[in-house]
Each structure stands twice: as structure tokens, then as C-alpha cells.
Design a protein around this ligand. Structure first.
Ligand code: COA
Length: 556
């Protein structure tokens, strides 16, 4: 499999005709950086940072040298920041994927009365996935166009083509995003079905024909029966993928010593996606419990081992009606996931399943259970992975809140950007709770450019701070008119930063590029990146993200 963290392969619709991501002007970035950090630092810290930044930006200094190198890089590559960003955002991160990195979407709650109902739902969903995959294979997906601010420009589509073809391989220091190579003769396609912590290979193409929904249901039914056979049951090996990335890489290298394990890993790594048939999770279903179940499976005692976190798409179908999808984030952004799930939901509601039961007789060969050869080290690593996941489950405070009072149309009528409004509201909420502003991240898409992913809108603007202070500090002088003016200024500043970011002129990717190119050149780390202000500004206590719309009844 080719390595994707260097240069993604070219496919139709991947945006070759889009402009290249611009490289911001060095001095602009340094000025914005100072403006973004000033109110998050003490006077002494800021004065020190000001000197360091000035020194970095002097004519003929380190900054200009590194900027020249980035200019060269921009000429030679489709997207000068892509590799740096992918490594920094995901592949270098050693934290466990569940909760820390993998996003999830929760589907509308289902009411399964009989076990066959939930298999039928899974077969229907899987059938939609295969239909979507056909669209992808034919490159028949319509091009997305930007909505909201600066609407109308075409967007890079390449992330879609990684939904069902990539895999995040754990490494001792850095993971690798790998992709399947398309060959002239397509490989037989399969999905992996997880059931009772066991993994089964379900071939979805047989004799050059995609299985229909009835066939899929028949195969899922066989899997459910096979999983119930306690004598054949193997330890919950999927738990290993929920551990820190270095620990999982170590466990994987133990597994790879045995050919049985190598074959099983290969099947998982090359599958289209996982379908996780979960057991009922226990507590009364609510949005919050369902969301938690998607994020971590409820720990080892519940469905935590019924997952394989390296795989980008894991569709979860719970016997209790708690369903959704959990994703490995490095190949694509949430918006691509939302579009895909929206298609699936439309497919499912638009063509209701008419299946009552599985076909009683079928010539389809039975799905295969993946076998593992366990070494004592692996048993220990499964136990420690289970403990680690348990800690993640216990440490997660989760509350899904739906706000019904008003929506974006009301905010638009006030001639304000709804996104900026919510960001300023979050600043106010945080300040009310903690009495200080903190470095804040809001992801903004840069898909207007070739291979564009995201950059950061730094929402803790000085204008937002002025507004939240007026709102909280009870200054007699801050009447309603003044507060409204400050709110408008905060929203204007936020909107201005959004436009800066989506047009590729924000500072985070640029600073990252300067830092990483210095490392590539084996230079000593420039002072600006060792400075306390840089560390503070990159510790995002508030990390936020917004989708313009989500399919009805679903949430992420
Ligand atoms: N007056 C009236 N209407 C306004 C307005 C104003 N001052 N400012 C904006 N609006 C309108 C917009 O025209 C838009 O209208 P629409 O509903 O008809 O589309 C709507 O309000 C929403 O715009 P806004 O709230 O400003 O934000 P946005 O939709 O442009 O979104 C981002 C901003 C940053 C979230 C978006 O650009 C983006 O990048 N999204 C992707 C984020 C992402 O990928 N995250 C990663 C997830 S893993």
C-alpha cells in the first residue's frame, strides 16, 4: 500500500484545477500573532514575546530565510502545508484515538423489537454504503461548492475518496496513513463485521456482483450465530486499537510475528469499513449515552472491544437502537462524513427495507471468523488497553445539549454571522465560568485550495474579551447600547478572522510551516517556537467546530 502522508495520489475531482494554498506574508503573520496572544499573556510575557518576534522578523533574519524555503516548497508541491499539518494534527499524536481524536455521529434512535430487526437495519445501511461506494468508484460524486461566507467557489473533493480506502497504521513514533491502490482488476471487496468482540470477513462482492440487501442480511444472520458460539470465542483483540498509538504499535509488532495474525490484520486493514453489531449498552438511552457509546463503546465491559479504531469508517448498530458512526479523523474532515451519512440516511428513508427475514437457504459461502494466535505479551497488552479505555470512559464528562429557542435564521435577521455569534457566546460562557480568556480553536475549511484541509480561526479575539468583560464585570458604564456595540465589534472581528482563514491567510498553518521547515533544515529551533507564549497560544483549552447543517435527527 502506498504511503499517503507524503503526497496523496491524484484522482478525478481531487481539485487539480483549484488554486494552490497561498503562503501568507511573513510580517502579516507575525503582526496577527502578536495581536492574538497579547490579551492571553501577562505584560512581562508579552514584552518578551514582542522582542522575540521582532528578532525573528528582522530583514535578513531567520524568519525570512524560512519563508524563502516555504516559497520554494509551495512551488514544488500541490499544498505546501499538507504533510506538516497531517503529521502535526494527527499522525504524530500519541494519544488514544477514542475520545481524544475520533469523531462520531449519532443516528436517529431506532426501535428494534426483534434481533432480526437490528440485522435488517445493518443490512439496509450496508447496502446504502455499497451504493455510495459505487458512486465514489465511478467518480460520480457531485463537486461541493462553498456555502456561507464567500459562497459559491468549488471545493477540493479528494477527502471523499479516502472514506473507504484508507487505514491509519500505528507506528512507534509516528503513524502512517495508507491507502489501497486501485488496480485494473479490482480486489474482492469485503467489510469486517464486529460482533461480541469477534471479527468476521463479509465479502460484499461475489462473482463480480455486489451482494444485495437480502444477501447481506443472510450473511449478517450467519455472523450473529457464529459469534454466539462460545467455544470459538477469542479474546477482545480490538481493545488494542483503543490504546495509545505507541502502545498499539508495540502490540501490533508482537502480533505480526505470527502468520495467522498477519493474515487477519491484512484483512482488517484492506476492508471497506467495519460494521459493529453492538450489544444493548444498559442504561436508559439518551442523546448523551448514545454519543458516549459512539465515542468509546462504554469500555471493555460493554462494546469497547467491538471496535477497530484505525479504520476510518465504523458503523455501529446497537441491539438497543443506539446507532451511528465513529471515524478515524486523519483521512477526512467531519463535513465529508456528514455528507456521506446524509446520503445514507436519505437512502434508508427513501427506500424503506422490505425485508422481513433472511433468506432461509443461501448458496453464499459463510463469512469467515478472523483467527488470532495469542502470545503472553498480547494478553497483558489487552488487559492494559482495557484499563486505559476504562480511564478514558470515566474521565469523559459528556452532555449533549440541544438548543431550541432560536436558530441561525434569527441571527441572520440581526445581520450577524451565526457562526461568529455562537463563537462569541462560547467566549462569554467560558469567561463566566472561569473569569479568564483562553486560547481557542475553531476549525475552518480551506478546501477552496488544492488538497485543502483546515486552518484555525483564533476565536479568543481582543474584541470578544472586551465584550465578555462588559457583560460580566457589572461596570455601571456598560449600558445595553454599549454592550450591543461591543457584541457587534466582537462579531465583526470574528467574521474578519473567518474570512482570513478560509482564504488561506491565517497564521496557524503558516507558523507550523516555518517551525517544521526549520526542523527539516536541521536548524536549531527558532526562539519564537520555544517561547512560552507560543506554547500558551497552542494549548487550546476551548476547541470548537461547526457544520453548516446536519441531517435531521442526527448529531455529531
Ligand atoms: N448577516 C446576515 N447573514 C449572514 C451574515 C450577516 N452579517 N453573515 C453570514 N450570514 C449568513 C451566511 O450567508 C450563511 O447563509 P446561508 O444559511 O444561506 O448559507 C449563514 O449566515 C451562515 O454563515 P456563517 O455563520 O457566517 O458561517 P459559515 O456557514 O460561513 O461557516 C465556518 C463558517 C468557519 C464554520 C465555515 O467556513 C467552515 O469552514 N466550515 C467547515 C468547518 C470544518 O470543516 N470543520 C472541521 C470539522 S472536523
Amino acid at each position: 500500500m502506498p504511503i499517503l502522508d507524503q503526497e496523496p495520489s491524484k484522482t478525478e475531482g481531487d481539485g487539480d484545477d483549484l488554486p494552490k494554498l497561498p503562503l501568507p506574508n511573513l510580517q502579516d503573520t507575525l503582526d496577527i500573532y502578536l495581536r492574538c496572544v497579547k490579551h492571553l499573556l501577562t505584560k512581562e510575557q508579552f514584552s518578551r514575546t514582542q522582542n522575540i518576534v521582532k528578532q525573528f522578523g528582522v530583514p535578513g533574519g531567520e524568519g525570512e530565510l524560512l519563508q524563502r524555503k516555504l516559497v520554494e516548497r509551495r512551488e514544488k508541491t500541490a499544498n505546501w502545508v499538507y504533510d506538516f499539518w497531517l503529521n502535526d494534527m494527527y499522525l504524530n499524536n500519541r494519544l488514544a484515538l477514542p475520545v481524544n481524536s475520533s469523531p462520531a455521529m449519532v443516528f436517529p434512535q431506532q426501535n428494534f423489537r426483534l434481533p432480526i430487526d437490528y440485522l435488517r437495519f445493518a443490512a439496509h445501511l450496508l447496502s446504502g454504503v455499497l451504493e455510495y461506494k459505487t458512486l465514489l468508484d465511478a467518480h460520480a460524486l457531485p463537486i461541493d461548492y462553498a456555502q456561507g461566507q464567500l459562497a459559491g467557489t468549488p471545493l477540493c473533493m479528494e477527502q471523499y475518496y479516502r472514506l473507504f480506502t484508507s487505514y491509519r497504521l500505528p507506528g512507534p513514533e509516528r503513524d502512517t496513513l495508507v491507502a489501497q491502490e486501485s488496480t485494473v482488476m479490482p480486489e474482492p471487496e469485503h467489510v469486517i463485521v464486529a460482533c461480541k468482540n469477534q471479527f468476521f470477513v463479509l465479502d460484499v462482492v461475489m462473482n463480480f456482483r455486489r451482494l444485495n440487501e437480502r444477501d447481506l442480511l443472510t450473511q449478517l444472520d450467519k455472523i450473529l450465530k457464529m459469534a454466539e458460539n462460545e467455544e470459538e470465542r477469542q479474546p477482545p483483540i480490538g481493545l488494542l486499537t483503543s490504546n495509545g498509538r505507541t502502545e498499539w504499535a508495540e502490540a501490533r509488532s508482537f502480533l505480526m510475528r505470527e502468520s495467522t495474525n498477519r493474515d487477519s490484520l491484512d484483512m482488517i486493514e484492506r476492508c471497506l469499513c467495519l460494521v459493529c453489531l453492538d450489544e444493548a449498552s444498559g442504561p436508559q438511552l439518551s442523546d448523551t449515552t448514545c454519543a458516549a457509546m459512539m465515542l468509546h463503546g462504554g469500555g471493555a465491559a460493554k462494546n469497547g472491544g467491538n471496535r477497530w479504531y484505525d479504520k476510518p469508517m465504523q458503523f455501529v448498530v446497537g441491539a438497543d437502537g443506539c446507532c451511528g458512526v465513529v471515524c478515524e479523523h486523519s483521512p477526512f474532515e467531519g463535513i465529508v462524513l456528514v455528507q456521506c451519512t446524509e446520503y445514507l440516511l436519505k437512502y434508508m428513508t427513501g427506500s424503506p427495507s422490505k425485508l422481513v427475514r433472511a433468506a432461509s437457504l443461501s448458496e453464499l459461502p459463510a463469512p469467515r471468523r478472523l483467527r488470532w494466535k495469542f502470545l503472553p505479551e498480547i494478553q497483558k497488552l489487552i488487559s492494559s488497553s482495557a484499563e486505559k479505555l476504562e480511564r478514558l470512559v470515566k474521565n469523559l464528562d459528556m452532555n449533549v445539549h440541544k438548543f431550541y429557542d432560536y436558530g441561525k435564521e434569527f441571527i441572520k435577521k440581526q445581520k450577524m454571522s451565526p457562526d461568529a455569534y455562537v463563537q462569541v457566546a462560547l467566549q462569554l460562557a467560558f469567561y463566566r465560568c472561569h473569569g479568564r480568556p483562553v486560547s481557542t480553536y475553531e476549525s475552518a475549511s480551506i478546501r477552496r485550495f488544492q488538497q485543502g484541509r483546515v486552518d484555525n480561526i483564533r476565536s479568543a479575539t481582543p474584541e470578544a474579551l472586551a465584550f465578555v468583560k462588559a457583560m460580566t464585570e457589572g461596570k455601571l458604564s456598560s449600558g445595553d447600547t454599549e454592550k450591543m456595540e461591543l457584541l457587534q465589534e466582537a462579531i465583526n472581528a470574528q467574521t474578519k478572522y473567518t474570512i482570513l482563514t478560509i482564504t488561506g491567510k491565517a497564521i496557524d498553518n503558516h507558523l507550523l510551516g516555518l517551525r517544521e521547515i526549520a526542523q527539516e533544515m536541521k536548524m536549531e529551533k527558532p526562539e519564537i517556537f520555544k517561547d512560552e507564549a507560543y506554547l500558551i497560544s497552542n494549548q487550546f483549552i476551548l476547541s470548537t467546530s461547526q457544520f453548516p447543517r446536519e441531517p435531521p435527527d442526527m448529531f455529531s
